[in-house]
Design a protein around this ligand. Structure first.
Ligand code: C2E
Ligand code: MG
Ligand code: MG
Length: 587
């Protein structure tokens, strides 16, 4: 979908004072913490989550500046607002109010609000709890909002404490990891809300099971017991003093499985789930909490491979003895099975009107102990093995799932399309790639909302193969982009043979824009792209000056830290929606 400049203009001109009220009321209904300020930084609107997060009341904020209401955070917010008034989005940290007197950290993101003539007429701010952000990115540090249970970090801390406490003692602690079988199917079948309800119920059952120690006289209740949510569909249990024997721990795990198996009623549905459990009793082989978690997951992995509904105790043979470490490839294989991969999204904007038109999907690995890992650290290993093929298809399915969630949550498509990177290896072995896309199309998803990015150098490595796969992709309706354009040192004329919709100018060129050489080069690349009739996205835009030069030279679209860094799916949803509202229109 494209708008001509004149339709954009008229839509914007219609954004009058009454639109302002409409926007304000929209913000007030947003299910995320968001607020709108005028150019004088006075409140125009705030969502309930924003007000609650800063302990403000709706009656008192309007017409006032945040600084006057909340001096603790006022300075931080004002600095971010000033930057947004200057045309640049900015991010910072503040402290949220909490009923228990705690001050959880919140991430504030403030962006300019543009009026019909493109001038900045105010700012939009979004806040999210740092731990909520981290829940997607690495490890929650505080209580999990959905289940009310402590998160992964707290659990790791408890394991560490248990290891210290057990030093010199005869027996350590019993540690369990409980992972639901096929939980993702629940979200797909019944929707994310039902999925959330199921997780809440399971959390309660696990906690209740541990509290009562399932009425087992052999396992008296103890202060050392601990239950946490470790990941989307994963719970951790620690049973401290007195430590059960391995046999008692196993029968305890079996009873937890029985509790989980009980049907869960959500709306009109009775949902039945099973889970798999890995457990161990800490001892000599486990010097650190990392080793406990590693072995726990090895046991879980073993249970899953025998499951569903299976319990396995860790045994040394499950962990490779060579150096006591899984190889990175083993870890990556497990990461795919255990759902440790995640996709982050970076907005792509039309430079003319600064509207978000699309997003690039970027793979991340939520490493159990190292946190969020960038693709540079593991893509080469995925690509050296054939593992990139299933991981690549997982990314596509995950993006489609996320786009459906945005549509469900917001009742509209917040982006026209999402760009997905594919590796040359996926092109050399295109069967799974094409069958995944065909399957998605059959499920009723329009493939013109996906764009496949292939790097210029990969495209040139095997031109005939690339051409035939690109043709098949186009046949399916998928859009095609050439990534990192200009870095491949290819015979540019060869591009003529490919039907591509988009050319992405590599960030290396964007960063040299302000030099004479760099500027000439970009002009040349833009001319080539225009000759092919392709849209151009400039990557790596970090400064307003780069944006302005690109726009003046006719580059249609841009992406970069100036606008936003990649963010997880839920944050991107709120971000893009707020942007849509700011710009007063729908796609
Ligand atoms: P790419 O496709 O060229 O993606 C753009 C990269 O530039 C991303 O790095 C993004 O975070 C970064 N970036 C965006 N804006 C700026 C900016 O203003 N300044 C700077 N310095 N960097 C910016 P990331 O996420 O680390 O990804 C690196 C590369 O990994 C990607 O480069 C892409 O080639 C590859 N990749 C990412 N996800 C996937 C995937 O799912 N499959 C495959 N095969 N490759 C992927
Ligand atoms: Mg890319
Ligand atoms: Mg690129």
């Amino acid at each position: 979908m494209t708008s001509t400049p004149s339709t954009i203009k008229s839509a914007q001109v219609e954004a009058t004072a009454s639109d302002r009220d409409r926007i304000a009321s929209f913000i007030s209904d947003l299910p995320v913490a968001a607020a709108l300020f005028d150019a004088d930084l006075r409140y125009l609107a705030a969502s309930p989550a924003w007000l609650a997060g800063f302990d403000l009341s709706v009656e008192t904020v309007f017409g006032l500046r945040h600084q006057d209401l909340d001096p603790d955070n006022g300075a931080v917010l004002t600095a971010l607002q000033q930057s947004a008034l200057g045309g640049e989005a900015a991010e910072g940290c503040a402290n949220a109010a909490a009923a228990d007197g705690a001050c959880p950290e919140r991430i504030l993101r403030v962006s300019p609000w543009h009026g019909p003539d493109g001038s900045v007429i105010g700012v939009v701010a979004i806040a999210r709890d740092a731990w909520l952000a981290a829940a997607n990115e690495s490890a929650p540090e505080s209580v999990d909002a959905l289940t009310g249970l402590p998160g992964r970090d707290a659990f790791i801390g408890q394991v560490r404490a248990a290891l210290v406490a057990a030093e010199g003692a005869r027996r350590g602690a019993a540690v369990f990891v409980v992972n639901l079988d096929n939980f993702r199917g629940i979200n797909g079948l019944y929707g994310v809300r039902a999925g959330d309800n199921v997780l809440r119920t399971i959390g309660k059952r696990v906690r209740a099971g541990v509290r009562s120690r399932l009425l087992s006289s052999r396992l008296p209740r103890s202060e050392g017991d601990y239950v946490a949510r470790l990941g989307a569909d994963e719970f951790g249990i620690l049973i401290g003093n007195p430590t059960p024997s391995a046999a008692a721990a196993e029968s305890f795990a079996q009873r937890i499985l029985k509790l989980i198996e009980e049907p869960i009623v959500v709306g009109d549905h009775r949902i039945r789930l099973t889970a798999s459990v890995g457990f161990l009793i800490t001892g000599a082989p486990h010097a650190s909490e990392d080793e406990v978690l590693r072995d726990l997951h090895a046991a879980l992995h073993d249970a899953k491979s025998r499951g569903p509904n299976n319990v396995q105790a860790w045994r040394p043979a499950l962990t490779r003895t060579t150096g006591h470490r899984f190889t990175l490839l083993d870890q990556l294989r497990r990461a795919l099975e255990d759902g440790e991969f995640a996709v982050h999204y970076q907005p792509i904007l039309r430079l003319g009107d600064r509207r978000i038109v699309g997003a690039e999907a970027l793979l991340r690995w939520n490493h159990p102990s190292d946190g969020l890992v960038s693709p540079a650290a593991f893509l080469p290993i995925l690509e050296d093995s054939s593992l990139i093929v299933p991981v690549g298809c997982w990314v596509i399915r995950e993006v489609v799932r996320q786009m459906r969630i945005w549509q469900m949550l917001y009742g509209r498509d917040i982006v026209e399309w999402v760009s997905i990177n594919v590796s040359p290896r996926q092109f050399n072995d295109p069967g799974l790639l094409l069958s995944t896309l065909t399957e998605i199309e059959r499920s009723g998803f329009s493939l013109d909302r996906l764009k496949i990015e292939i790097t210029e150098s990969a495209a040139m490595r095997n031109p005939n193969m690339t051409r035939s796969v690109l043709d098949e992709l186009r046949e399916l309706g998928v859009r095609v982009a050439i990534d990192d354009f200009g870095t491949g040192y290819s015979a540019l004329g060869a591009l003529r043979h490919y039907a591509v919709d988009t050319i992405k100018i590599d960030s290396g060129f964007t960063s040299r824009l302000e030099t004479d050489d760099g500027s000439e080069l970009v002009m040349a690349l833009l001319r080539i792209a225009q000759a092919y009739g392709a849209e151009v996205v400039a990557e790596g835009i970090e400064t307003a000056a780069q944006r302005d030069i690109l726009e003046a030279r006719g580059c249609g679209f841009g992406q970069g830290f100036l606008f936003a860094k990649p963010m997880d799916g839920s944050f991107f949803g709120a971000y893009a929606l707020t942007h849509l509202v700011q710009n007063g229109g729908a796609h």
